[in-house]
Design a protein around this ligand. Structure first.
Ligand code: F6R
Length: 244
């Protein structure tokens, strides 16, 4: 497991608090820091905690810049299942972050290559990601980087694996409505972040947690590459740690 720090917590609520501590610390030491954000169910207790802490005067998001990991191809920002919409509803609308300081890949991009390059360029112009938040898929995906033969580099388009579409269909009316492609930061983009927090909760993630951090580093388990990052904190609840 090399450099990876594993913080074992009781449940999702405690995960939210411990992860929020790391965000609070980062923003206190660098008010205009760049944070990388994820969607999905796992970060929700963290986002609720961040909203509460800004209300309580403990965090100030007014100078923070944020870049999201990914977006579905073909979904407009105001589509209720788009990741932009998710971020507005679950975090951005409730904190003082400035709209122009939040970026999410453009699901409606006509020139995909140009959109992906501009995304990377914006992050670079901001000085790179200081703190990247990650969840993990059952197949070890991070962002939408699915198991492959090689580790993909920068922001790019991906076909979604069946297991991922099945896992995400809970948010749509039917599997047919789940997009078949997405845009995601690459493994290279993620690995360039100076500090990474991965949040993992639930017994259904126990096997992939073990595989990712206690197994070989391989593009067949994309998250395993994090073993080679110098500053990763995994915050996992008891259920997710049950196979360790
Ligand atoms: C979403 C993302 C995905 C999720 C993963 C786990 O922005 O990056 O990799 O983190 O699919 O999703 P949940 O938390 O819903 O189990």
């Amino acid at each position: 497991m090399l450099h990876v720090k594993l913080l074992k917590v009781k449940d999702p609520a405690e995960m939210g608090k411990r992860a929020a501590d790391l965000f609070e610390e980062m923003i206190a030491s660098k008010p205009a820091c760049v944070i990388g954000l994820a969607t999905g169910s796992t970060p929700l207790p963290l986002y609720r905690e961040l909203i509460e802490r800004e209300k309580a005067g403990r965090i100030d998001f007014s100078k923070v810049r944020s870049a999201n990991l990914d977006e579905y191809k073909g979904l407009a920002p105001d589509h209720p299942q788009s990741y932009r919409y998710f971020m507005q509803e679950n975090l951005f609308n409730h904190i003082s972050i400035k709209p122009e300081n939040t970026i999410v890949p453009d699901g409606l991009a006509e020139d995909v290559q140009a959109m992906c390059s501009a995304y990377e360029a914006q992050i670079e112009e901001w000085g790179g990601v200081d703190l990247q938040l990650l969840g993990i898929g059952h197949d070890g995906h991070i962002g939408f980087n699915e198991p492959e033969e090689t580790f993909p580099g920068m922001t790019h388009e991906v076909e979604l694996a069946d297991i991922t579409r099945q896992a995400n269909k809970r948010f749509f009316n039917s599997i047919g409505e789940v997009p078949t492609a997405a845009y995601t930061m690459g493994i290279g983009t993620v690995m360039a972040a100076r500090k990474i927090i991965m949040v993992i909760t639930g017994a259904d993630k126990a096997e992939i947690l073990k595989k990712s951090f206690f197994g070989p580093v391989t593009p067949e388990v994309p998250a395993s590459i994090l073993q080679f990052h110098p500053d990763v904190t995994v915050i996992a609840d008891e259920a997710a740690c049950s196979l360790l």
